[in-house]
Ligand binder design. Structure first.
Ligand SMILES: C[S@@+](CC[C@H](N)C(=O)[O-])C[C@H]1O[C@@H](n2cnc3c(N)ncnc32)[C@H](O)[C@@H]1O
Length: 280
């Protein structure tokens, strides 16, 4: 069994190629890298990175975070690319299993949290089917960073009794198949991941299902990064507000978004954490 302390592991013989001749079994660590700001990594994520032999990472993971892995660790990008070959999910799963079988500590580093629209579940299942030990290290999902940075709570007494994370991913011009009447009820926050391209259809569906066009909305692009942008809007003008965005962005709709502070750069709520010595 692999250790559950990510940094600590026994020395082992490792064959980088030529098949599974490991002296001890490796393991896969599905690690949430958070929304981008390295200060939002968990301590456990940091330890997992420090113990990595291989880091298989998404495109949304910054160089600053990748630099936290040992220099000797092999880094493999499986980012989705528009023009060049990108890895199919099955190839990624096979790669993780193969490296672990070589006795390596494999860190699968994903933006945000691995289990929030991150396909972490498929990778976990692939490891289970192959008999490979897989640990999951949660990360700060983009919605939490966006709300914190904008000063807009996702739940708020009297204004948001629930929060729902949904995917906006659908074919161009279409809206995803979601329970629109449920999402259109007042006093809740709806956070839409991957919804920039479908913002017009989503806004239309919510309003057709009864959500008021005047409902406050917030768009946060590149949450937690120095280039973060927060656009305050309403549901009625959400599509217009989302037009032309290029970075990863969230659409957030709900009464509590009235508290959001628009602007550029990390919000006031996202000041650098105090140094450790000051805490102690
Ligand atoms: C495939 S999903 C991955 C979500 C990730 N697992 C998480 O928990 O945040 C990618 C989408 O997440 C959102 N996203 C990820 N990072 C973000 C960031 N720093 N700022 C705003 N939205 C972000 C965007 O909607 C983007 O299209």
């Amino acid at each position: 069994m692999a250790s559950t302390s990510p940094g600590a592991r026994p020395h082992r013989l490792v064959a980088l190629s030529g098949g599974p001749v490991a002296a001890a079994p490796g393991a896969v660590w599905l690690v949430g890298a958070g929304p981008g700001d390295p200060d939002l990594l968990t301590v456990k994520a940091l330890k997992a990175l420090a113990g990595a032999d291989v880091v298989v990472h998404d495109g949304l993971v910054s160089d600053e975070i990748l630099a936290l892995a040992p220099r000797r660790a092999r880094r493999i990008s499986v980012a989705k690319r528009r023009s060049r070959h990108s890895y199919a999910q099955e190839e990624i799963c096979r790669m993780l299993v193969a490296f672990a079988r070589e006795g390596l500590n494999v860190v699968r580093l994903k933006g945000g949290d691995p289990f929030i629209f991150g396909r972490g579940g498929e990778e976990l299942e692939a490891c289970r089917e192959a008999g490979v030990t897989c640990h999951v290290v949660p990360g700060v999902t983009a919605a939490l960073a966006a709300g914190a940075s904008a000063g807009a709570p996702l739940t708020h007494r009297g204004a948001a009794q629930a929060v729902t994370f949904v995917t906006g991913h659908a074919k161009a011009g279409e809206a995803p198949g979601l329970d629109w009447p449920a999402l259109a009820r007042a006093n809740q926050t709806v956070v839409i991941y991957m919804g920039v391209a479908t913002a017009a259809s989503i806004a239309c569906r919510l309003m057709s299902a009864g959500r008021a066009p005047s409902t406050p909305a917030l768009i946060v692009e590149n949450a937690s990064l120095p280039i973060e942008r927060r656009i305050a809007s309403t549901l009625g003008s959400l599509a217009e507000a989302a037009a032309g965005l290029e970075g990863p962005a969230l659409l957030m709709v709900g009464e509590a978004m009235a508290l959001a502070q628009p602007g550029h750069g990390r919000g006031a709520q996202d000041a650098p954490a105090p140094a450790m010595k000051e805490i102690g």
